[in-house]
Design a protein around this ligand. Structure first.
Ligand SMILES: Nc1ncnc2c1ncn2[C@@H]1O[C@H](COP(=O)(O)OP(=O)(O)OP(=O)(O)O)[C@@H](O)[C@H]1O
Ligand SMILES: [Mg+2]
Length: 231
């Protein structure tokens, strides 16, 4: 039986047979401002509420900015950082071996959940797809061996039909969740799609969600959220 790890996003777990498969590496991808960072913080906040230590590795935004993002939704990460249960670390991928930094932090606080934001930054310093794939596989292996459940953020460029920046990331991960933002109106303005989740009979539709004062919430009925069918 596959153990499940709650995403922290109301109603999303029911589309995933209870949550992300334990010890899986899931890519959350989408264009700018689609909610990738907020969804990942929500996932870690859920873990902290369950007593699970968490690490957020940022390769782009400063640690203070990441925590400020969470504060707007009432997620006081500072409190958990003081208790030694949470670490948010900022690293320049150009200067550091990201895998070893991450593993050190995971071991130090005995993390159960981790987020890397974003792997697109890693690839920017690599010369070809083969190198990106090799480095990503190395990072994934370290994450897998750590026993954590991980969200790896990737970016999709505006108007691109690809799932990731380099077109290789989605093949090395266990799951892919795509976030969309239409940028017009309010209802069904934002949506998510589970494109892949190994070992899971997951929801196959496009599910509208909202940003609320408590974070991301899927709109509609918990057992079967409304969907925008793809034509
Ligand atoms: N308090 C809030 N209430 C409602 N919506 C918010 C709030 N804070 C942020 N947002 C929305 O969320 C977006 C930012 O979400 P987030 O930072 O998770 O996006 P992202 O996908 O990580 O973007 P980036 O590519 O810049 O990293 C904002 O552009 C805004 O539309
Ligand atoms: Mg972000």
């Amino acid at each position: 039986m596959v153990m499940r790890v709650s995403t922290g996003v109301p109603k999303l777990d029911s589309l995933l047979e209870g949550g992300l498969p334990e010890n899986s590496v899931v890519m959350v991808t989408g264009g700018t401002g689609t909610g990738k960072t907020i969804m990942s913080l929500q996932f870690l906040w859920e873990g902290l509420q369950k007593g699970e230590p968490c690490v957020y590795l940022s390769l782009e935004e400063e640690a203070e900015d990441i925590k400020a993002d969470g504060r707007q939704f009432g997620w006081d990460f500072d409190r958990y950082e003081k208790k030694g249960m949470f670490r948010v670390i900022f690293h320049d991928p150009f200067e550091t071996d990201v895998s070893s930094v991450l593993i050190n932090q995971i071991e130090y606080i005995k993390a159960k959940r981790i987020v890397v934001d974003s792997i697109s930054m890693l690839g920017l310093y690599m010369k070809d797809k083969a190198t990106v794939r090799k480095q990503l596989s190395k990072l994934m292996k370290s994450v897998k061996n750590s026993g954590c459940t991980a969200i790896i953020i990737s970016e999709i460029e505006e108007d691109s039909k690809a799932l990731s920046r380099f077109g290789v990331e989605e093949f090395v991960v266990d799951g892919v969740v795509v976030l969309n933002y239409l940028g017009i109106g309010d209802e069904a303005n934002r949506s998510l799609q589970i494109r892949k989740m190994r070992r899971t009979n997951h929801g196959k539709d496009i599910y509208p969600f909202k940003m609320t004062e408590a974070g991301i919430k899927l709109v509609g009925n918990p057992s079967s959220p409304p969907s925008l069918k793809i034509k």
